[in-house]
Design a protein around this ligand. Sequence first.
Ligand SMILES: NC(=O)c1ccc[n+]([C@@H]2O[C@H](COP(=O)([O-])OP(=O)(O)OC[C@H]3O[C@@H](n4cnc5c(N)ncnc54)[C@H](OP(=O)(O)O)[C@@H]3O)[C@@H](O)[C@H]2O)c1
Length: 321
Amino acid sequence: MRAVVVDRYGPPDVQRLEDVERPIPKADEVLIKIYATTVTRTDCGIRGAKPFFIRFIFGVRRPKQRILGTELAGEIEAVGAAVSLFAVGDPVFGSTAAFQSGTHAEFVCIPESGPLAHKPVGMTFEEAASVTDGAILALMCLESVKPQSGQTILVYGASGSIGTAGVQLAKHFGADVTAVCRTKNVELVRSLGADRVIDYTQEDFTKNGETYDVIFDAVGKHSFSRCKGSLKRGGAYVATDGLGNAFLALWTSRVGNKRVLFPIPPHYTKKNVLLLKELIEAGKYRAVIDRCYPLEEIVEATRYVETEQKTGNVVLTIDAG
Ligand SMILES: NC(=O)c1ccc[n+]([C@@H]2O[C@H](COP(=O)([O-])OP(=O)(O)OC[C@H]3O[C@@H](n4cnc5c(N)ncnc54)[C@H](OP(=O)(O)O)[C@@H]3O)[C@@H](O)[C@H]2O)c1
């Protein structure tokens, strides 16, 4: 099969298309023919070994897993002897398990109990491929603050992959959502259900006197110290990036009345994928796609993701061949 392989850490052009062995499903696994996958910030972090500690998880000298990519949508090509949830020909979507990859390829094997479900009715493969990563990360962040109706949540970086999911999921939990993004994304973010949108090129939310129960920094560009004054007593700053936040999470759990939460590592589970499928089919969640590239253009797609300016998700399509 064709796959994008990475044999050393480095810039986007260390990725190259190669013919590799097609994986064979174990008894409890399904083999999926992939029609669409994505390039995520996680893929970029692993490939570039940034931050450095990535190497202690994914391989010190070179990536232990040669094929990156975590999200997918496609069709079941074959099933292991013990598989009962899926049958050959079923359209599916989902993700590999945490710290696993392999979807930048024509085929991948995933345990049937993994973060995989039947594709939502009426959704394209491209849309379905771009649902799980940002949404599961956003879900994990929101669950850390025990979301409830009426809670006031500010989502900073509301136009990214995690941010677009964060706005929609916070609304699903009944929160009052203020979203922060740049001018060009204001209408999109409003259409995702935000109760109000602040254009950060026009207004600094930390200086307008408003306070929130939760500030969800969905893009890792803000900080607890700058947000603290905009948090209510007992409020939480939820981080998605920055190792320093792990130390602040420990510190603020003992000192002060405002907390930092940094929920890692991510939990990619079937339960979460099924929740997303339910929300999509109920019209309460949609995938936001910025650009689609063919698999062959992975280097260009990756360069675009690394501008840190994508809106929602960047999809790779795979020609059935
Ligand atoms: N915790 C984890 O396990 C985990 C896993 C994956 C990724 N991450 C981290 O999560 C963060 C978000 O990932 P993502 O994939 O959602 O990001 P993304 O899609 O690449 O975010 C792009 C968005 O960020 C916004 N942005 C860029 N610079 C900004 C700034 N200075 N202030 C406000 N917004 C800015 C842009 O919106 P505007 O044009 O509207 O500004 C753009 O739409 C990244 O830091 C990533 O490293 C964490």
